[in-house]
Design a protein around this ligand. Structure first.
Ligand SMILES: *[C@@H]1O[C@H](CO)[C@@H](O)[C@H](O)[C@H]1NC(C)=O
Ligand SMILES: *[C@@H]1O[C@H](CO)[C@@H](O)[C@H](O)[C@H]1NC(C)=O
Length: 268
């Protein structure tokens, strides 16, 4: 199955040399998730910008995703603003895109300091107009603790491979996941230098496991880990950008870095 990634969407400047704004790729060694294996997943359809993204529930009215999924991007200049895009819907409750429940979005809150050139602060919170009712297949996921050390660990990313041109979508598809390995920051700095000189401390890198063509799930989706001390998965990262799918290198927002920002937004 072909999955489309928007990872370069925000980094239009960063991806300019690749000519294409959207990278089309497949998670060759990705796997179908079991029906309720990733119950926190949300699909975000941004009709205003005509893109689809992943996201995840953190409580019954808040969904987290990447800022570039929910802000206004000038289609001509490819410049993204921090201005929230209109006409967004959130879908939750199934791993099958065709069986999800639709929710209206009341407020779109991209990070005020979102920078589409450096990709810093590529994080956003959506507040739903009505609460989600949880069940076994529909549940929030805890965020990483600020002190949790996560280096050289295997984690997972997941997504539906949402597309900008919905006409070309083959219809409902099943959530896929891939296992990724978290790079330490020295390795990550080396990799990030392909884009910009300095790796911001709010960004980390991970590499797809299990074959040269392993890519990742969609932008805005979670990178989840289950450390030996934790019984359940928690969110460590948000899918943000990459160097192209064949590079096997993805850049993620470090959720621990944003805990104070997240708390200030959901407390409102
Ligand atoms: C989009 O960018 C183009 C080229 O820079 C500019 O002429 C146009 O006014 C911009 N559109 C909006 C809505 O800002
Ligand atoms: C974070 O810390 C709290 C309090 O110590 C603990 O209950 C929770 O399970 C931890 N969460 C994770 C994801 O480690």
């Amino acid at each position: 199955m072909l999955l489309k990634l928007f990872l370069c969407l925000l980094g239009v400047g960063l991806c300019a040399s690749q000519k294409e704004v959207n990278i089309e790729s497949r998670i060759i060694n990705g796997k179908d998730g079991n029906k309720c294996e990733f119950p926190w997943m949300a699909f975000i359809k941004n009709y205003g910008q005509n893109i689809g993204c992943g996201g995840f529930m953190i409580d019954n009215t808040h969904i987290m995703t990447a800022a570039h999924c929910v802000v206004v991007t000038n289609k001509t200049s490819k410049v993204s603003s921090a201005e929230p895009s209109a006409n967004l819907y959130v879908y939750v409750g199934s791993s099958d895109l065709g069986k999800m429940t639709k929710f209206l979005v009341k407020t779109v809150t991209p990070h005020e300091m979102y920078n589409f050139i450096t990709t810093e602060n590529d994080i956003a919170i959506l507040t739903l107009a009505s609460p989600i009712t949880f069940n076994d297949c529909t549940k929030p996921i805890p965020l990483v603790n600020a002190t949790t050390k996560l280096l050289d660990e295997d984690c997972k990313v997941m997504g539906w491979g949402a597309t900008t041109d919905s006409e070309k979508d083959a219809g409902p598809s099943t959530l896929k996941y891939a296992t990724v390995f978290i790079h330490n920051e020295y390795k990550c700095q080396d990799l990030f230098r392909n884009k910009l000189p300095n790796l911001p401390s709010s960004i980390f890198c991970a590499k797809g496991r299990g074959g040269s063509d392993v890519c990742r799930g969609d932008s805005g989706g979670p990178l989840v880990c289950k450390k030996y001390t934790a019984k359940e998965y928690f969110v460590h990262g948000i899918v943000s950008s990459n160097l192209g799918c064949n590079s096997q290198t993805g850049f993620y927002m470090k959720v621990a870095f944003f805990i104070p920002w997240i708390q200030s937004k959901i407390a409102k």
